[in-house]
Design a binder for this molecule. Structure first.
Ligand code: DAK
Length: 263
């Protein structure tokens, strides 16, 4: 997929193809350490993508050595507690987590600290066999601060989350798959290709139903069961107000491929 540099060089952004936008984290010399500028650029690009009808799904990737080795430690080094608490990056992280369209992390190499938190804030993680996931913040005298203690334990359970957060030990892709942290493991050279393929498949689905399905699954991590089921029921009913639902059902009955319009 052709890539053009965005306004700044911390990320590369493709022209959407098959409804899929590819964002590549691009600080290879520091293993894609997530300085504020990079996170801000990802946020801005996702805000554009949220508005762009040509984008139906997004893939975020790094390079063969790293998806991202965490927050930029040199940037973090001199921060005071107040600066950390009032850091505008927090809003950027939340905005990325709230992106309404499907977003897939294609992970090769290190996926650590904030990098692991960034991947976990996305909908699906596809990883190369060489990927290594971890929350090594404890080695720096801090703890995960962008969801690592919360999303990780929801994703892999208490015992494994505790092991990773308390020991800083990394987990290999196969173990991450077994633990439910990621959806698929593929040969490293196929990671991006597979993520793009999956995103392109999702991009052929009815956009409103996709959006509601994503929001509904996300609610299962936010709400008590009865409230989440209620949310699902309402989202389900809302699908019946869409033209795409009529198109999907008609296409099935007429034995043809549906053409979804996002209406
Ligand atoms: N930050 C800055 N530079 C980094 C980096 C990082 N996280 N990780 C690697 N680098 C740099 C290295 O300094 C080195 O630079 P040069 O020496 O070449 O100039 C270059 O990348 C290559 O790294 P290594 O030489 O170390 O490569 P190795 O293969 O030997 O080791 C490694 C790879 C990934 C095991 C190692 O680099 C490493 O341990 N990196 C640090 C991993 C880490 O501790 N990550 C967690 C950082 S703390 C928040 C949001 C987010 C966060 C917190 C709050 N809010 C919104 C409130 C997140 C915090 C974190 O992620």
């Amino acid at each position: 997929m052709a890539e053009k540099p965005a306004e700044s060089s911390d990320i590369l952004v493709s022209t959407p193809r098959d409804g899929v936008l590819l964002i590549t984290l691009n600080r290879p010399k520091v293993l894609n350490a997530l300085r504020s500028k990079l996170i801000g650029e990802v946020r801005a690009e996702l805000e554009r993508a949220a508005e762009d009808e040509a984008v139906r799904a997004v893939v975020v990737t790094g390079n063969e050595r790293a998806f991202a080795a965490g927050a930029d430690i040199t940037e973090m080094k001199d921060k005071s507690a107040v600066e950390v608490l009032t850091d505008t990056r927090l809003a950027a992280w939340q905005a990325i987590g709230g992106f309404p369209k499907p977003i897939i992390a294609a992970v090769n190499g290190y996926c650590l600290g904030g990098g692991c938190e960034l991947a976990m804030s996305m909908d699906i993680i596809v990883a190369g066999e060489d990927a290594r996931f971890g929350q090594p913040e404890i080695n720096l005298g801090i703890i995960p601060g962008a969801g690592g203690t919360q999303r990780l334990s929801r994703n892999v359970g208490k015992s494994l989350a505790m092991k990773m957060v308390l020991s800083g030990e990394m987990m290999r892709a196969r173990d991450a798959l077994a633990a439910g942290l990621i959806a698929e493991v593929v040969p490293p050279e196929l990671t991006v290709e597979r993520a793009l393929e999956l995103a392109a498949l999702i991009a052929t689905k009815p956009p409103i139903a996709v959006r509601l399905a994503k929001a509904s699954v996300a609610q299962s991590y936010e709400l008590p069961l009865q409230q989440a089921l209620d949310y699902e029921r309402k989202a389900f009913a809302l699908c019946f107000a869409t033209e795409d639902r009529l198109e999907g059902v008609s296409a099935f009955i007429e034995k043809r491929k549906p053409s979804f319009k996002g209406r």
